[in-house]
Design a protein around this ligand. Structure first.
Ligand code: FAQ
Length: 351
């Protein structure tokens, strides 16, 4: 069994002519021993590619996910609700930044990943291609979408790749706050006037099934699960996490006084889980192909935001260049914009 020390030793010994099989054996042993793989460690190309794909998709989801909720910031029903929603949307931007930084430690760049998003070569979560039609949708997103995100992401805190696992710890804490604000918002509506109750129920009716799709295709159609689980990137299969989410949500819906839109939902004594009805996978694959209700709107808005932010990137790059002549260490303020300059210089990770 590889220990962390053995892993480091093998790494230090790793010269250009070393046997690739020996590197692979050290990598496999580290994964088997539940050690973290770090950016400078040797890793199989496919492991690196899988991580870049998943982390990038995750980062893109966080920043595209700002759009449906931002739609309601100017129409929040009170100052308190507006402040909470603004904080939540800002948190999602922060999650995107942690995740792009984690991806950069694998040897890619944020520019490259954003270009892939903007040209449709990388995906973002299916869930953000649905519209937010009423204020109650903000509650349904918090309760269901953030709830599904937490269920999926808590196990990712134990992902074998160190920078991703560490980013997930902080993200999960914030998602937990998001989930509670959504629950509290829906509870207020559910206990409000009959119209407010109906609005909350309508939102849950529309968001329930797409939330179940967030976990990805069923296990027998999941192209990457087996390998990702062997590498301990994923710790549970898509169906396991989906079931866990259903089991959590049913009693919460009862407490909210709302119904989940599934007549087949019932407790199964033998399985010790809730049974639930069939998911419309045709709808899921159509959304992935770009045919969801808001795909076009989301990507158009994302490209526009990127173009409009060009001057900020240029200013940050100019500032970084100005301070890269040795004055940076002496300048107490350089650290403030250092995040931007570090990004430009590719210093965010350890690659
Ligand atoms: N949407 O073989 P698998 C959030 C694709 S963050 C779109 O099972 P894998 C926070 C998959 O990429 C939400 N595509 O794939 C928030 C693959 O296609 P590819 C995002 C999907 O990677 C809240 C193909 O289907 N969370 O909500 C989806 O092993 C509120 C085959 O699938 C994460 O990204 C989908 N739902 O498992 C923000 C978590 N599902 O790439 C704002 C990290 C699957 O070969 C407001 N990611 N596909 O072309 C993961 O855990 C995994 O990547 C899964 C998919 C579980 C999503």
């Amino acid at each position: 069994m590889a220990t962390a020390a053995a892993h480091r030793t093998a790494r230090a010994d790793g010269t250009a002519d070393a046997d690739a099989a020996a590197y692979e054996a050290v990598f496999d042993a580290a994964v088997a021993a539940d050690e973290r793989i770090e950016p400078r460690d040797w890793m199989p190309d496919a492991y690196r590619a899988t991580l870049i794909r998943q982390i990038a998709q995750h980062a893109h989801s966080e920043i595209i996910g700002m759009q449906p909720e931002a739609n309601w910031i100017t129409r929040a029903p009170s100052l308190r609700r507006k402040a909470i929603l603004m904080a939540k949307v800002q948190d999602e931007a922060g999650h995107g930044l942690y995740l792009y930084s984690a991806a950069e430690t694998l040897g890619t760049s944020r520019d490259e990943l954003l270009d892939k998003l903007h040209t449709g070569r990388q995906k973002y979560s299916s869930i953000f291609n649905y519209p937010t039609l009423t204020w109650a949708d903000v509650g349904a997103i918090g309760w269901l979408v953030d709830g599904a995100a937490i269920t999926n992401q808590v196990p990712l805190c134990r992902c074998s790749y160190g920078p991703y696992a560490r980013a997930m710890v902080r993200i999960c804490k914030e998602e937990s706050f998001h989930q509670r604000q959504g629950y509290e918002l829906l509870l207020a509506l559910s206990r409000g006037t009959p119209e407010q109750h109906a609005m909350a129920q309508d939102a849950v009716d529309r968001w329930w099934w797409p939330s179940l799709m967030m976990f990805g295709p069923p296990d027998d159609e999941s192209a990457h699960s087996a390998q990702s689980m062997a590498w301990k990137i994923k710790r549970h299969s898509n169906d396991e996490l989906r079931q866990r989410f259903v089991d959590i949500c049913v009693p919460q819906a009862e407490s909210l006084g709302l119904t989940l839109p599934d007549p087949q939902l019932r407790w199964n004594e033998e399985r010790v889980h809730y049974d639930f009805g069939p998911i419309d996978w045709t709808e899921f694959w159509e959304v992935l192909k770009g045919n969801g209700p808001c795909n076009e709107q989301r990507i158009t808005q994302r490209r526009r935001a990127h173009d409009e932010g060009a001057w900020v990137r240029e200013a940050a790059a100019a500032y970084a260049a100005k301070h890269s002549d040795g004055t940076r260490a002496a300048d107490g303020h350089a650290g403030t914009v250092g995040g931007a300059s570090a990004h430009q210089a590719g210093e965010n990770g350890e690659a």
